[in-house]
Design a binder for this molecule. Structure first.
Ligand SMILES: [Zn+2]
Length: 187
């Protein structure tokens, strides 16, 4: 009986030692996480330089750097070829006149002049603002449905896809994620 009591006490003491030390580790981790800029704060602070006339120089950043500059959703779509849920983007129904820039690097990619309502739930354009600014790549991520991916030619940021069921004069539909775009109204 005495031995059992002693063992139980020993158990309680060692448990509290473990709890104490792991508590300190957690606190230290929380401090180091707080010291890094959170993605949301970084994005809110990020001042994009808008580029209308591009010299053709590309930019190349690691995922680790992009993670400090983009929100989680921006990173997922722009850097990991993700797709925003239909009808959730802020710019789908935007009818204001202006320019749409790459939300990662600020290169002009689309114009309100070429935007139309495709009723798909994503901002849609029948052509890019400048063909040199928007690149294309074959996307085989869905083997039964090979699509053409479109991206910003300056930073490689994923914008969306282009389909051939668009309106005149091009017959193309650039189906773009809102989160990949930064809209600036014309003055
Ligand atoms: Zn870009």
């Amino acid at each position: 009986m005495k031995l059992n009591l002693a063992l139980a006490l020993l158990g309680i003491i060692s448990l509290s030692i473990i709890a104490g030390s792991s508590g300190r580790v957690l606190a230290e981790r929380a401090d180091s996480v707080a010291a890094l800029p959170t993605p949301k704060a970084a994005s809110a602070k990020r001042n994009l330089s808008f580029i209308d006339t591009w010299d053709g120089a590309k930019i190349n950043k690691t995922d680790a750097i992009w993670k400090t500059e983009l929100t989680e959703l921006e990173f997922y779509v722009l850097r990991k070829q993700g797709t925003q849920q239909a009808y959730t983007g802020e710019l789908t129904d935007n009818k204001a006149e202006g320019t749409y820039y790459c939300n990662a690097c600020g290169l002009a990619v689309f114009s309100s002049k070429h935007k139309y309502d495709s009723e798909t739930g994503w901002p849609s354009f029948y052509q890019p603002i400048d063909k040199k600014h928007v690149g294309e790549m074959e996307d085989k991520s869905i083997p039964s449905d090979v699509r053409t991916e479109v991206h910003c030619n300056r930073c490689g940021g994923h914008l969306g896809h282009v389909f051939d069921d668009g309106p005149e004069p091009t017959g193309l539909r650039y189906c773009i994620n809102s989160v990949s775009l930064k809209f600036r109204p014309s003055k």
